[in-house]
Design a protein around this ligand. Sequence first.
Ligand SMILES: [Zn+2]
Length: 444
Amino acid sequence: MTAALQAYAFEASGGKLRVLRYEADVRLAVGRVLRDLGVPDGADVALLADGAQKLTSTGELGEEVTAALAAGGYLVRRPALEIGGHGLVLDEATVASAASAVDGARAVVTVGSGTVTDLGKAVAPAGVLLVAVQSAPSVNGFADSLSVLVRGGAKSTTPTRWPDALLIDADALDRSPARLVAAGVGDAVAIGCSGADWLLASALQGTQADAAALVPIRDAVARLAAGAHAPGAMPALVDALTVGGLIIGALGTTAPLSGNEHLLSHILDMSAMAQDQPHDLHGAQVGVATVLSAALWDVALSEGLVRLAPGSAYPDDLEERVSEVWSRVDASGCLGATCAANVERKRALWQGGDGLAPGVLAEVRAQLVTPEAVVGTLRAWGAPTRLRELTPPVDAETARWALSALPFMRDRLTLADLLVVGGAWTDEFLDKVIARADAAGGGL
Ligand SMILES: [Zn+2]
């Protein structure tokens, strides 16, 4: 990790992320970091960990951080978090109980991967120091000011706060489970299409999007193509994920790094949760979905579908289509109603009535990688490339349904919306997308 990246972290966070360290044994320095950030000796520190064992070369990460804090003179409390069949789920009850468990602490320290870090950001009040000790390179959501929370059964990305310090323990990362590492790669490769969705959305909603802001993340992710066994592979992955988080934090939105591939992953989560079934890691799903998203762009561009006739708008039966899609997993209509409200916000923001401005197509194309390139990087890290390779596997019928649901879930506009507006979002089109992904070695 370069000094330039640390300086960027300070700048991107508006001075909030003051300490960013990626070092072997940085876990043992946590007491010193707290002291340097002004937490006095004897202060009460709440430590949040998700309960999973996280090995280092000398022990268990949570235990070692606890011991390091105690040795530094702090009074450490470790409230028990509610861990259910889906692991740690940040629903309303869990967040409220964690918030009361850390009440009164001078500092909150999280130890773990994405979910527990998001919990810390959600419950550490302003004025209470927050230190995140990262245990795995599983997701890009560490170095940012957002948390993915579950509200009303649906995941939603919520503005929370920056950590004051992010300590990435190289020793723990080198021992983190292979599937967490592969998931991080899956989350990172999303930039191969998400930037295109973001630029298109900006053009159709009249918002500002600076393609140049994505150059650092595109460069960092390109280094991952060399694979898990290349020299400097783990530092390259850490850089890619950290830069990704910082860009999200700096821009205040996940949109540049979260297009159709993330929607597909969220749909799989919601579908599994509605049916009380397990689902795979966020990044594992996102990586596979990126192959499909790259195929979607490829087919749409090669068939000349990335265009818009002046006066085009969402179809009149949009709300019915949303309800119909979600009735498959939730007969109560509850998810359908939540998603219909989301989609209605998207419709209200539509400003595509004049058609696509000249130049948008070229700008979008410049952001895209091929499905083959996505598959190549995923394979080079041993990550799944097909939905049926996920744990548990996603069957072909569910996969087709999830793909068809892309424009009918959130208020985030992507290529799928343009195709709905243009009347091209059909079963026949989705068959071509699936075939294109399959030819590249991924998809279903
Ligand atoms: Zn992600």
